[in-house]
Design a protein around this ligand. Structure first.
Ligand code: SF4
Length: 317
């Protein structure tokens, strides 16, 4: 199997207890079947304790029951995982062990990337110097699902389209962001805000935030050009990287999910528009438009939208 991944993935290290956020709070913690078997066998009172914190999600699969505030019950007051401290990495369920990496397999090809919902990934990602991302390929003897000739050609075509789009992001970014994603003015805003009302959110404050963003639409529109002109180079650099991230992630995962490329593009453009508006809104409200703002906004967007398949599907429609 060929595994392709962006170079920055090699540089990532989880900062654990020093993290200003935590990935062990605010969502459901799924347990894969192999890990469920390990939990069943954990001996003694400690094993009983672990099992007492498990429950079943709506689809019947096993998951960890969050405690008040949405925290994982195994996350201690120093924001370290008690399961790892007691039993080591091997008892972690796949989603916990893999996060913030994610994997899209299609036959003998796998695209690997990392999620901007992790602020440490965001820091690594947005503080780069503007050079195009380097992708690495490694090959091993793993074997993926067998593909028909038709599927193989769809995969080759989708990779070609994806790589072509990434090249365009670097060569025509300003044109793409202004004309296609509608940074300065977009006819899509009505549809975008109506979709945002339909989404499911992990944090009630995100709901409140979107209400304020929606109310600020006229002033955002009025001051978009001024904001763009004031931070042009930074904005272009951050959004080149952010749009590349979305293209790399969704062109392949949507192929695997049978989603047409037009729908993928709609989701990407809407995501760019929402994050641009949020950044502009922050600048209007507080005068801030530094890289921390971009990291923070991309982090919330990723957590609230990307980590919920229903939300992604709704914004794609
Ligand atoms: S959000 Fe990222 S840096 Fe923070 S604890 Fe999770 S993986 Fe580590």
């Amino acid at each position: 199997m060929v595994h392709e991944y962006p170079e920055y993935l090699d540089e990532f290290e989880c900062i654990g207890g020093h993290c200003t956020d935590t990935c062990c709070s605010g969502w459901e913690f799924d347990i894969d079947p192999e890990t469920a078997e390990i939990y069943k066998e954990l001996p003694g009172e400690d094993g009983e304790y672990v099992r007492s914190k498990l429950t079943h999600s709506e689809d019947g699969s096993l998951c960890i029951r969050p405690v008040d505030g949405g925290r994982c019950p195994f996350l201690n007051e120093r924001n370290l995982c008690d399961l790892i401290l007691k039993y080591g990495d091997n008892v972690l369920s796949d989603p916990c062990a893999e996060y913030p990496r994610y994997y899209t397999d299609y036959g003998d090809y796998e695209a690997v990337d990392m999620s901007l919902s992790c602020k440490e990934v965001g820091r690594l990602f947005f503080t780069r110097d503007g050079r195009p991302t380097v992708y690495k390929k490694v090959e091993d003897d793993m074997v993926g699902d067998a593909l028909s000739a038709d599927e193989k050609s769809r995969l080759a075509e989708r990779i070609k389209v994806r790589d072509g789009m990434i090249r365009e992001i670097y060569s025509k970014s300003e044109e793409l962001f202004i004309n296609d994603a509608g940074f300065l003015k977009s006819d899509e805003d009505e549809a975008i805000f109506s979709k945002l009302c339909e989404l499911e959110y992990y944090h009630y404050r995100w709901d409140e935030y979107l209400k304020k963003l929606s109310e600020a639409r006229p002033v955002i529109e009025e001051r978009s050009q001024e904001f763009f002109d004031a931070g042009r180079e930074d904005i272009l650099r951050w959004f080149r990287y952010f749009s590349e991230y979305l293209v790399y992630r969704y062109t392949l995962s949507d192929l695997a999910a049978g989603v047409p490329i037009e729908d993928t593009m709609r989701f990407i453009k809407r995501s760019l528009r929402i994050v641009y508006m949020a950044l502009c809104f922050r600048w209007i409200a507080s005068g801030e438009s530094d890289v921390e703002s971009m990291i923070d906004i991309a982090h919330y967007y990723s957590k609230e939208v990307e980590h919920n398949l229903w939300n992604v599907a709704t914004l794609r429609e």
